[in-house]
Design a protein around this ligand. Structure first.
Ligand code: C5P
Length: 405
């Protein structure tokens, strides 16, 4: 999607086995449209060669603060001034300790210290043995480096190169990419709490069958990711879908409409914004058979009776919190024709301030979509785009409409 198009990143490597993952990370940055300047410490060069990193980034790697290639011989100034962000991955325990003390005896620590802190974020991807990670000195240093303005991206859990198992693995390149992309997004939802429903629901007929629909959940997951990128604390209530949870998003899995309603109502009190993207089944079998319904020899199909499912969005929109404006509700409408009139009618019927209409068959399962936003002022078209890009635009449009606090 070229999420990093036009961005220039300094990728710093410090000593650790996870340097092998930095090669993939560098490729991922480049594939996403960024230009990448690699800077390596002497210890990093014990684990992976500058030759590999030069080939992947397409630029000579910097390893020393003494560099006659730079006309002013000040690579720490030049490299930090031209960067949109500095990402240190892997970031060793020793390097974190160095940053805490403001030491600057090699190029990477020097340029971290010299960076214009207001403009150039410093993102750290720690990587170390689990004992080193939990050591009070490391935890103390992490808290201090974060207080000094660096963003610590966290660590993974699992098998470590040393043979032990625990916290301290460097995050995977795709996770780091998502975090870096998020760090570069504007933050119009900072401090807001967002609740999103997504995906289809599944209404059981018997233990092996049920009624569902073709919703993939992609739009809702994209909205959750975009809201998180925009600085919100996000909870995603998801029906049965096969999608990875966006980074930093809390996910609650449900199956039926009634479970989705219960989960949503339990969370709505703590939300400032509710976005209902789920394609909730309108009806469910009135009763779920305890055992698989078998074919009998009569040739008669079973008679199913249906009950209407609760309308989650309308229920939430009728809560006092929503009616007072403390909880802003956004609905989606999948229509097959006459989008504007149908969207306007649905907005009124649900009692919500904003509705995003789309043409159902053109969006289900697709990676891109287009939306028509309808509010009290009128309609705004969001042209066809990948769902994540569209979700970012939608989040910006919602943020503009949220009551100021
Ligand atoms: O009524 P309709 O299904 O067309 O409305 C779509 C909007 O209402 C979506 O935002 C959807 O998530 C929400 N909805 C709901 N509960 C239902 C039906 C729809 O939250 N039972």
């Amino acid at each position: 999607m070229n999420d990093l198009a036009g961005k220039h990143l300094v990728l710093g490597l410090t000593g650790g086995v996870a340097c092998y993952k930095a090669a993939d990370l560098c490729r991922a940055f480049v594939k996403e449209g960024a230009s990448v300047q690699v800077v390596m410490t002497e210890a990093a060069a014990q684990f992976i060669t500058p030759v590999t990193m030069q080939a992947l980034s397409g630029r000579p790697v910097h390893t020393s603060q003494w560099d006659a290639r730079e006309p002013n011989n000040m690579p720490h100034i030049n490299l930090s001034r031209e960067a949109d962000a500095i990402v240190v991955a892997p970031c060793s325990a020793d390097f974190i300790a160095k940053l805490v003390h403001g030491r600057a005896d090699d190029l990477l620590s020097l340029l971290c210290l010299a960076r214009p802190a207001q403009r150039v974020p410093l993102l750290l991807a720690p990587a170390m043995n689990r004992e080193m990670w939990t050591h009070p000195a490391t935890q103390r240093n992490l808290a201090q480096v974060a207080a000094d303005g660096a963003r610590v991206l966290g660590v993974g859990t699992g098998e470590q190169a040393c043979g032990e198992t625990g916290d301290g693995r460097m995050l995977e390149p795709h996770e780091l990419l998502e975090d870096v992309v998020a760090a570069m997004q504007p933050k119009p939802l900072a401090g807001r709490r967002v609740l999103v429903t997504a995906g289809p629901t599944f209404e059981p007929i018997d233990p092996v069958r049920g009624i569902t629909n073709h919703s993939s959940g992609k739009m809702g997951f994209a909205v959750a990711r975009a809201a998180r990128e925009a600085g919100a604390e996000v909870t995603l209530v998801a029906g049965p879908v096969h999608l990875p949870t966006p980074r930093g998003v809390r996910r609650v899995d449900v199956r039926t409409a009634r479970q989705m309603l219960e989960a949503t109502l339990g969370l709505a009190d703590a939300a400032d914004l509710f976005v209902a993207t789920a394609a909730v089944a309108d009806w469910r079998p009135a009763a779920e058979a305890a055992h698989k319904i078998k074919k009998d020899r009569s040739g008669q199909p079973p008679q199913l009776a249906f009950a209407e499912n609760p309308d989650i969005l309308a229920t939430v929109a009728a809560l006092p919190r929503a009616r007072s404006g403390a909880l802003y509700c956004v609905g989606f409408a999948a229509e097959s024709q006459d989008l504007l009139a149908n969207a306007q009618a649905k907005r009124a019927r649900k009692g919500i301030p904003l509705l995003a209409g789309n043409i159902g068959p053109a969006t289900f399962g697709q990676d891109d979509n287009q939306l028509l936003l309808v509010d009290a002022q009128g309609a705004t078209e969001l042209p066809r785009a990948p769902k994540l890009q569209l979700a970012r635009t939608l989040v910006a449009e919602i943020a503009r409409r949220l009551p100021t606090r």
